[in-house]
Write a protein that binds this ligand. Structure first.
Ligand SMILES: [Fe+2]
Length: 181
């Protein structure tokens, strides 16, 4: 399965720290083991269940978030230098892992993707952190998983978590406007 994860996420190569890269890969691998979804499903299912008829796939959206987060972090580092420390590995690892818990939040039933019973009780920020901690992912990265969505509005986000949060929402909320037209 880890070969399939590496194929799904070429962006893993952007993580400079080999130990962190291995832990992020292990987290995705473990999540697939616990999920009814497989890597091919992620190239097909919609990235959100909150927008009816959404045609953007899970992987199209997740990949975009990682790319936007990386470029935003690089632009901020260029602009602010040492005035605002940003750990690029943490941003990239956090962006790759932000939605890994959706493998446990979603399930496939009769050809339809829906929220699982577990997902009703524990949204993906919670299950994502649980799986990542099992795989020894550092707290700074788990914080991004925990705080990337609305749950994170209740805590003080790190700089890296702000970047991933905004990368996620700026590539999600405009689709809700399309739905209203
Ligand atoms: Fe999310």
């Amino acid at each position: 399965m880890s070969a399939a994860v590496k194929k799904l996420w070429p962006e893993l190569d952007w993580i400079g720290d080999p130990d962190l890269c291995q832990r992020v890969t292990a987290t995705w691998t473990r999540a697939f083991e616990l999920s009814s979804l497989n890597p091919d499903d992620l190239e097909r299912i919609p990235f959100t269940l909150l927008i009816p008829g959404c045609t953007v796939t899970f992987m199209q959206h997740k990949r975009c978030v990682v790319h936007v987060a990386r470029r935003a972090a690089e632009a901020m580092r260029e602009a602010f230098g040492t005035a605002l420390p940003i750990d690029l590995d943490t941003v990239i690892a956090g962006a790759i892992l932000a939605d890994v818990g959706k493998l446990l939040e979603y399930e496939q039933a009769e050809g339809v993707t829906r929220q699982s019973k577990r997902g009703e009780a524990l949204r993906h920020p919670f299950t994502g952190v649980a799986v990542a901690m099992m795989c020894g992912v550092p707290d700074a990265v788990c914080h991004i998983i925990a705080a990337h969505a609305a749950e994170g509005d209740l805590v003080r986000r790190s700089t890296e978590a702000y970047i991933v949060h905004h990368a996620d929402f700026m590539t999600y909320l405009p689709f809700k406007n399309l739905e209203k037209k």
